[in-house]
Design a protein. Sequence first.
Length: 94
Amino acid sequence: MDVQANGIRFHVRDEGEGTPVVFLHGSGAHHCAWWQQVTDLRRDHTVVTLDLRGFGNSSTPETIDARAFPGEVLAVPPRHPLGGSVSRAGGAAH
């Protein structure tokens, strides 16, 4: 599914049910980098993977600044499991 946040279209996948686990890929990768972990964890967890801006199936803006990634991930709408999970984690960290 695609989710709009901060003017960016993020490609997001979630599988399974239970305690949320969020995976963020590294540079040059995309959400599929976590397929082995997703396969194991989706039995007991809601596993969320996404493509960061400019990677995989997410939109590519004119500039890509890795410093913007945390804020963009936190901006994913709360109606999506990622938004609530990351918002709680981000709120605890800040």
